[in-house]
Design a protein around this ligand. Structure first.
Ligand SMILES: [Zn+2]
Ligand SMILES: [Zn+2]
Length: 314
């Protein structure tokens, strides 16, 4: 398995403002020394030496993660604005896939707003399966594509090959992968997913305000949280902010590290980034999370930012 992050911003999309881009360019220019410009190799070396927060951006699009099981066999989690770029990327694959499986954590705008612009949904030759543990999925999806909020409706223009599935307690098996779900602590209900395939386990766990019961070593918790090779986790806040925003439905990165360590996760990807945090702040949080992980379990847990555009083997 391998996953690609198409959107990891929480709550609403963020764009780099003109001032933010100017500031990045100005900072890079100040760092250049004459020796960095001497040859193509030295220029490459200079660019490679720049920190991630400066040479790029963490993510502007909201939640969407693609999980490829094998070539041409894939699952998609959430349809935030990231699914628009995902859709474009699919046009470049040869041959373009004719079938998609899209799982929804919940229906807050930041997990849904890309769907009206997901080109594949308008292609009558493409089959799309949508999944949620909640009943009434078709109504939930079509209800937000309606006059006066959107010029066309799902029924009028989208592919007749859309299928809507309510997940039962046992989850579902697709392409030989087992997909389990679990309800998370989030206003209005949200659901996390665990995918097991080829001896590996992948977790997509957002949006969630972690609580004590998520740490309890029950059989049910263990079946879902234990031993993930990759855990993508809502870690929107710093600890201070999480205390201020108690009951908002998101977690701090430090609690996320505690949680990942307690369930023996291999690699943790911090996800659902707070829209008011800029790239530098997110990098700072990552360093703090790594220091905290080092102190918590001696650094066995590897911690990363879920950056838009990364593709990672599970
Ligand atoms: Zn969200
Ligand atoms: Zn939400």
């Amino acid at each position: 398995m391998r996953f690609t992050v198409w959107g990891s911003r929480g709550s609403h999309p963020t764009t780099l403002t003109p001032a933010a881009i100017q500031s990045k360019i100005a900072t890079v220019v100040q760092r250049i020394r004459p020796v960095d410009l001497e040859s193509p190799t030295s220029r490459e070396r200079f660019l490679a030496s720049l920190p991630d927060w400066l040479f790029g951006t963490t993510s502007g699009n909201t939640s969407c993660v693609q999980l490829e099981l094998d070539r041409g066999r894939q699952l998609v989690f959430d349809a935030g604005s990231g699914i628009i770029e995902f859709g474009k990327s699919q046009l470049r694959s040869d041959p373009p896939p004719q079938e998609y499986h899209v799982f929804f954590t919940h229906f807050h705008y930041d997990h849904l707003q890309g769907l009206p612009f997901f080109g594949q949904a308008y292609n009558p030759n493409i089959t799309i399966h949508f999944y949620s543990p909640l009943e009434g999925l078709r109504e939930k999806l079509s209800g937000h594509m309606n006059h006066p909020y959107f010029p066309i409706t799902m029924e009028e223009k989208m592919s007749p090959r859309l299928h809507f599935h309510t997940l039962g307690p046992e989850g579902v098996e697709i392409y030989g992968a087992r997909i389990l779900w679990r309800e998370l602590n989030h206003p209005g209900r949200a659901f996390g997913y665990r995918v097991e395939y080829g001896g590996k386990a992948f977790g997509y766990i957002t949006d969630v305000e972690l609580q004590e019961r998520d740490f309890e070593k029950t059989a049910e918790n263990g079946r879902f949280f234990q031993g993930l090779d990759v855990m993508i986790l809502d870690a929107q806040y710093t600890l201070d902010e999480a205390i201020d925003k108690y009951n908002w439905g998101h977690s701090s990165f430090s609690l996320g590290v505690d949680f990942a360590v307690s369930w023996q996760t291999e690699r943790l990807f911090l996800f659902h980034h707070e829209p008011f945090y800029d790239d530098r702040k997110l990098e700072h949080n990552l360093r703090a999370a790594r220091r905290y992980a080092q102190g918590t379990d001696g650094g066995k847990l590897q911690v990363y930012l879920a950056r838009e555009g990364i593709t990672v083997d599970v």
